[in-house]
Design a protein around this ligand. Structure first.
Ligand code: FUC
Length: 785
């Protein structure tokens, strides 16, 4: 439904509050949303809604995290083994064109059953509210307050003031809508649920509607409830919905469930109904805000600049698009990323998909699936550093569920042990290779997903997690690569292919276009990264000494990264010409970010080559998708070039951000929001290179500011304040015992560190860093000179 805001002329509020307490954390607008991407998202990981804020016609587009069409399809291709063997052989012989003509068109046809079962994440449906308003609305305001996790709509019609607040409660597992009117008996409206296909409605009580259905006849069975509790007035239901006449206020409660996890959705909804029936609105509201703030308030960010919270968010963004700068909008964008993550990924839920949890209709772009050649991993880049560690859990649960099908794929299609996942998967845990050639032939997802478990350990120091969850998955990912890699008869080195480099192509020596290579940089980087962390994990746990030797042996035989003719890090085993030198993927820079094998001080030559790689991509039009731009922010942060990183933060806002601050690929895709948030955090704090680096990439544009609650690896919570571009103070709160190297921002020096009132003796810095032995549960205050 479109055009609900366009139907009438909204008179802007006479006097908008120029500032309010929550202003810095509020997105707000003077008109309702016309388009879905103007609506405001709320979510609790299980339920999501896009709130349009129409005056006469309100729409909440609803989602449930497991509402998927399709089903699992067994389509592992046993013929792939032989094809892969031949492709490898041809590549070793230098026959790139021939190797790349194999397997694709002449290869096995796509599995018809899989196409028929085309699985997609889908909408649950809409909540539609029709208000009985007479007259023109005035003083309209629509907002999303990130600090309360609540959307709010306010306006006046005919002298009465109306308000709506909407939130998705995690403690109560329901979406609440509260409608109020300051004139007694002034609230009259009808409410209805609607889904474009595959659902039936039943009026289960005078104030309750139940929607039941199945996604595309083959997908999940679902049930959703709408209950309206009016205070004052009358309530009745008929086939057109629930009708409320002359109420003072009303509370709407929406909840839903599917059979995705094997439970009966009707029984789940009955349980929810029973749990919610005695719940007063005020209590639900309070519980929601408390739980929301428990996570959200862990981090505060101030990037200085003028307070423009009195200007509507869309206008602020437009001003930035017109060449303006607005550091507080960047801080809002950063916090929005944290908000979106905790709204779409909470313990026990599905991981955030390409659209988080928010998707309209039955066919969202790319099925709103799980692309695992960067997109879903990018969703989780901010999770640890931004102090939302528990929101990482859904990614681990999901990856654990990929193990079984991934083992089968490894065995059937490659004859290898361990598990493997290709470049895209979905709620049905598809891991199959498909046609063995082109961009399909990429086995990096399992290794890349395994890195998330390791990172979770590094940040939390949770040894039980390392032992029980991280290590086994890392080991199985490694087992596949140990079996898959093959010795290059020409050099004796282990090659990570045949494999593609995500979605990119190169020119073969005879001028053709090819995707598959014997040792693309990214595949080798993922494996090297995994093998080194696995070796460390084994050492920490004191297990698997023999296996560790095998891994170390393989690692030593892998080919090093190469620098090509443009001074770039070579994406392919040979210095091939690229078909599209501005390609959106910059896979050969995995080692710079999210990996940590390339660092400015550890590998200066490779860091310089990484810089050249980015410059070359950019000079050829790179960074044109939202997520690609967000990755570039992270790259420049890692290269400690804050001013350039900042230019790309601006470009992300200017070119790839919609008025509701959603990232746009285009179209809307949430990874850029998360990648952007991570990139901003990386500008302020890094801890991947064996040291805690404070303000490693602070741009001149953020001369004054402070951040509290960011996380560094080793269980350290970090606060930093700065003025005039120089650090003022920093605080480290420790959760674990350990020894850290602390790096002061460029141009500054650590003058003293105090803990519990005592001054800690500092050994003179050897390489610009201070070594600090810490005890758990302490606060260390750093002063700079
Ligand atoms: C990857 C990217 C595309 C898009 C898709 C969902 O394949 O290459 O740009 O983001 O995922």
């Amino acid at each position: 439904m479109q055009g609900i805001g366009a139907a009438f002329a909204l008179r802007p509020a006479a006097a908008q509050p120029q500032q309010n307490r929550d202003g810095a954390l509020t997105l707000w607008y003077r008109t309702p949303a016309n388009e879905w991407t103007e609506a405001l998202p709320i979510g609790n990981g299980v339920l999501g809604a896009m709130v349009f804020g129409g005056v006469e016609h309100e729409r909440l587009q609803l989602n449930e995290h497991t509402l998927w069409s399709g089903h699992h399809v067994e389509d592992d291709n046993a013929d792939a083994r032989e094809a892969v063997r031949k492709i490898r052989q041809l590549l070793f012989e230098g026959k790139y064109a021939e190797a790349n003509s194999m397997g694709r068109p002449p290869g096995p046809a796509p599995n018809p059953a899989r196409l028929a079962a085309r699985a997609s994440y889908q909408t649950l449906g809409d909540l539609l509210l029709d208000f009985d308003h007479a007259g023109q609305p005035e003083d309209y305001r629509r907002e999303l307050n990130l600090d309360t996790g609540m959307a709010r709509v306010e306006y006046r019609v005919g002298g009465a003031r109306f308000s709506r607040e909407v939130f998705a409660s995690q403690p109560d597992q329901a979406v609440f809508v509260r409608l109020e009117c300051d004139r007694p008996g002034g609230l009259s409206f009808s409410g209805q649920l609607k889904r474009e296909a595959g659902a039936q409605l039943e009026s289960a009580a005078p104030n309750r509607i139940v929607m039941r259905g199945q996604a595309d006849n083959q997908g999940v069975v679902f049930e959703g409830h709408l209950e309206i509790r009016a205070e004052g007035g009358q309530v009745r239901a008929d086939s057109a919905g629930i009708h409320v006449e002359g109420a003072n206020s009303a509370t709407l409660v929406i909840f839903a469930a599917t059979n995705y996890f094997g439970k009966d959705p009707a029984a789940l909804c009955r349980e929810r109904l029973a749990a919610l029936s005695a719940k007063p609105y005020a209590g639900a509201r309070q519980a929601h805000i408390a739980e929301h703030r428990r996570l959200f308030r862990r981090v505060a960010l101030d990037l200085g600049g003028p307070d423009r919270s009195g200007v509507p968010t869309g206008e602020r963004l437009a001003a930035v698009k017109n060449g303006g700068e607005d550091p507080q909008l960047v801080a809002l964008y950063f916090q929005y990323g944290r908000y979106l993550l905790m709204s779409s990924s909470r313990p026990g839920t599905m991981p955030a998909n390409l659209q988080g949890i928010w998707a309209e209709g039955l066919n969202p772009p790319w099925q709103a699936d799980y692309h695992v050649n960067i997109n879903i991993q990018m969703n989780y880049w901010p999770v640890e550093v931004c102090n939302l560690s528990e929101c990482h859990q859904p990614l681990f649960d999901f990856t654990d569920r990929l193990l079984e099908p991934g083992r089968k794929t490894a065995r059937i299609s490659y004859g290898c042990g361990g598990f493997v996942v290709h470049f895209t998967t979905n709620a049905w845990h598809q891991t199959a290779l498909g046609v063995p050639g082109g961009i399909n032939l990429w086995q990096g997802a399992s290794g890349w997903l395994a890195r998330h478990y390791w990172e979770h350990y590094l940040f939390t120091g949770d040894r039980e997690f390392l032992r029980q969850r991280a290590y086994p998955v890392m080991k199985e990912a490694a087992q596949f690569y140990l079996d898959y890699m093959a010795e290059d008869p020409r050099t004796g080195q282990l090659m990570a292919g045949p494999a593609s480099s995500p979605e990119n192509t190169y020119k073969t020596p005879d001028g053709g276009r090819a995707a598959v290579d014997i040792n693309p940089a990214m595949s080798a980087e993922i494996i090297r990264d995994l093998f080194s962390s696995l070796a460390r994990a084994g050492e920490i746990l004191g297990i698997d000494a023999e296996f560790r030797k095998e891994v170390a042996g393989a690692l030593a035989r892998m080919a090093p990264l190469k620098i090509g003719r443009y001074g770039q890090i070579q994406e392919w085993s040979q210095d091939f010409e690229e078909v599209d030198p501005g390609h959106r993927h910059m896979s050969q820079l995995y080692a710079l970010h999210p990996g940590c094998q390339v660092t400015p001080r550890g590998t200066p030559e490779l860091a310089a080559a990484a810089r050249k790689t980015i410059e070359r991509r950019l000079a050829n039009g790179g960074g044109h998708t939202g997520w690609s731009r967000a990755w570039i922010v992270n790259f420049w942060s890692r290269l400690e070039d804050g001013d350039t990183a900042y230019q790309h933060v601006l470009a992300l806002l200017r070119n790839s951000t919609l008025s509701n601050l959603f990232d746009t690929h285009p179209p809307f895709q949430i990874d850029g929001n998360f990648g952007g948030t991570a990139g901003i955090a990386e500008m302020l704090l890094q801890s991947h290179a064996g040291e805690i680096s404070l303000l490693p990439a602070l741009p001149k544009a953020w001369a004054e500011g402070s951040v509290t609650g960011l996380k560094a690896r080793g269980g350290v919570e970090v606060d930093i304040a700065w003025r005039g571009g120089n650090p003022l103070s920093a605080t480290l709160k420790t959760a674990l015992a350990g020894e850290h190297r602390i790096r002061a921002p460029r141009g500054a020096r650590i003058a003293e560190i105090r803990s519990g009132g005592r001054r800690i003796a500092l050994t003179p810095p050897v390489d610009e860093t201070i070594k600090l032995a810490v005890k758990p549960g302490q606060v260390y205050r750093i002063a700079f000179a």
